[in-house]
Design a protein around this ligand. Structure first.
Ligand code: NAD
Length: 349
């Protein structure tokens, strides 16, 4: 066992994601955790988080980096992730890094260089494999009776109606330089999930469309990306015109078809022998209605902490984070050039 007690230093004390993750970590018995150090540029947030955890507040980065903790939880506007990763890894910390891990090639390079130089234990917070319907779809797709994968289709949600909400103009989600757009922010989850369901995509042919009055103008209002797999094809469709707020997917295998959706009525159905009637049906409550120890944030944190304390390989790695970014780049290059673009195989750093 690496540690009986895992001490976290919070780099970014946002009261949303960081709070969710730390609340979940506190419920991961028998693993014990403590938050010992907090840092953010917003003093009010540092103070609130430090008070909640009886931790020390650090208002400057230098002293935060020297403080006493094992894992730096980096959860910042994505533009800042590479510098934060470099600084924390350089200070000898292990790292839980939120997605997306970078927004441009300079950030990608910085992360790879720091990963190679400092070799931190690092987990990347892409979440879909822990979300109930996706978790079930993954389990079914890899069941021995499923057979070989033939085709995959997933439709992403389009909650954004094309107008930046009032007061959110400066939020990193609506600034290309800080996020690289929603196809990086949410896309990092999608691309990781497609790899887990289908294996490594070899290339992509994509079509992107954004109408002239759509906000933010850099986001894909409509995207169709067709990934060539070793065997079969995977299609990702993102549509802001779908007027839905859910994700639906089909996975066709030799011996079954899996239909899944994540929405207010999340379910997974397996079709085998009964035309128009499912052979297996799984239903899931909305994640905010599920017990604390079943929601995806808890499962994700538990997975990380279990691997961390037992010195097992990290369930989601820097290579996975980088691969999501590389797939994003290939998708955008494809629809800009109108060519099929090869996707390099993942590298281990
Ligand atoms: N895995 C998931 O399901 C999931 C869900 C939500 C958010 N996230 C990720 O978590 C990260 C944070 O998202 P959020 O919505 O909580 O963002 P946020 O904007 O609410 O919080 C970012 C925090 O960083 C702080 N900050 C900004 N600049 C800083 C600097 N230079 N130094 C120190 N602190 C600084 C801000 O004050 C703020 O507290 C993002 O990468 C996002 O993609 C992941």
């Amino acid at each position: 066992m690496r540690k009986e007690l895992v001490r976290f230093g919070l780099y970014g004390c946002n009261l949303y994601r960081t709070k969710q993750l730390m609340d979940a970590a506190a419920k991961c018995a028998p693993i014990r955790i403590a938050v010992t150090a907090c840092h953010d540029i917003d003093r009010g947030k540092v103070d609130a988080m430090a008070k909640a955890h009886n931790a020390t507040a650090y208002y400057d980065l230098e002293s935060f980096l020297k403080a006493d903790y094992d894992v730096a939880l980096i959860s910042l506007p994505p533009l800042l992730h590479p510098d934060a990763f470099d600084a924390c890894a350089g200070a000898g910390r292990d790292i839980y890094l939120e997605k997306p891990i970078c927004v441009d090639d300079a950030g990608e390079e910085k992360i790879i260089r720091a990963a190679r130089k400092y070799k931190p234990v690092c987990y990347v917070g892409m979440s879909y494999k822990y979300v109930a319907p996706y978790k079930k779809a993954l389990e079914l797709r890899h069941r021995p009776d499923a057979g070989k994968l033939l085709g995959f289709y997933m439709h992403g949600f389009g909650a954004n109606k094309g107008v930046i909400p009032e007061g959110m103009e400066d939020n990193w989600r609506f600034c290309f330089e800080k996020s690289a757009g929603d196809l990086n922010n949410h896309g990092s989850h999608y691309f990781h999930f497609i790899r887990l369901m289908c294996g490594e995509p070899l290339s992509v042919m994509a079509m992107g469309y954004t109408s002239s009055n759509y906000q933010p103008s850099f986001d894909e209002e409509e995207l169709n990306a067709c990934f060539r797999l070793k065997e079969g094809i995977a299609v990702l469709q993102e549509s802001r015109r779908a007027h839905q707020s859910n994700v639906v997917g089909h996975c066709n295998l030799e011996n079954m078809a899996i239909v899944f959706n994540w929405s207010s009525h999340s379910e997974v159905k397996v079709y085998k022998d009964r035309p128009r009637a499912a052979d297996e049906v799984y239903e899931f409550a909305d994640s905010y209605m599920t017990p604390d120890t079943e929601n995806y944030t808890f499962l994700q944190m538990k997975d990380f902490l279990t691997a961390y304390t037992t010195e097992a390989p990290m369930p989601i790695t820097i290579s996975d984070g980088i691969q999501s970014y590389r797939i994003l780049k290939a998708v955008r290059e494809s629809y800009k050039t109108r060519h099929e673009v090869l996707i390099p195989p993942p590298e281990i750093f």
